[in-house]
Design a protein around this ligand. Sequence first.
Ligand code: GRG
Length: 327
Amino acid sequence: MLESPVSPTPVVDPIDLAMQQVDVVIRERLSSRVALIDQIARYIVSAGGKRIRPRLVLLLSEALGFEGPERFELAAVVEFIHTATLLHDDVVDESSLRRGRATANAIFGNAATVLVGDFLYSRAFQMMVSVNRMRVLEVLADATNVIAEGEVLQLMNMHDPDLSVEDYLQVIRFKTAKLFEASARLGAVLAGADERLEVACASYGRAMGTAFQLVDDLLDYEGSTDQLGKNVGDDLREGKPTLPLLLAMERAEPAERELIRHAIVHGEVQKLPDILAIVRRTGALDATRAAAQLEADKARDILAALPDSRARDALLELSARSVHRSS
Ligand code: GRG
């Protein structure tokens, strides 16, 4: 006899369910009695984003056995801090495209955008206090302070073609990797993990964040505006000496090196196609990807310190995918 067909129950990944909970918290905590704040905050948040930092909070706390509701609150906190930095960064960089849409500064102006960034940042601190753990406040107060330092360091490095690779790496560890590090560390803090595990989680986040920014800098030269949702070539336009350019200058012929130096000093994009050709031919893009791969491998190896679990498998996959993203 034929069995009656059973309609398949869709398998929902528990981490997707948890991310939906984070979305609920994000939407609830966005509200303000001031209409313009609501409008701008919802504009930027509704455009989405990859939500990698909240995922780190959820996965690392789960990998260490914590499943309390505070993880949703802290996952939303790191996304709010991230969003505040994006709003401020787009004003500083005069960017016009983010997450496939016109930036908030392009639509609402610089003043409103900076102030809504301040709202999100201070709302994040209200939410942290609600978790009632001094260590959480300490981790995020320190991280946001370092992020601001990184952004100022980057400002000081603009238009400097003689920047060392070490100084470039310091900027990306501060401005980007620090929030990844804090997100991963919070997973351990929530789980009440010992010092050794907390350091392992933080190191995983730091390596992931460094890989992530290296790929970000790479995609500014080889990505597509459509896929990235932001304009490619912006780094050169701003005279930002990122690793692809630093390595290309090390490897290029003198005349080519001079072309790149000139573009960094003057923030010129007219020569972008020539510079792209040099960056490709010298293998600077491959070398940047290889540097990101080393960090992703470091992240993978650190995970051996964590107990075997479904969440740890997801973290392993995240580190493997981080180097091969296109958006
Ligand atoms: C408000 C604490 C505070 C500081 C202000 C402006 C600033 C100081 C910091 C900016 C730091 C910054 C924007 C670093 C770049 C980080 C980065 C790679 C952003 C892109 O992240 P994705 O790709 O973005 O995760 P989505 O859109 O996916 O969320």
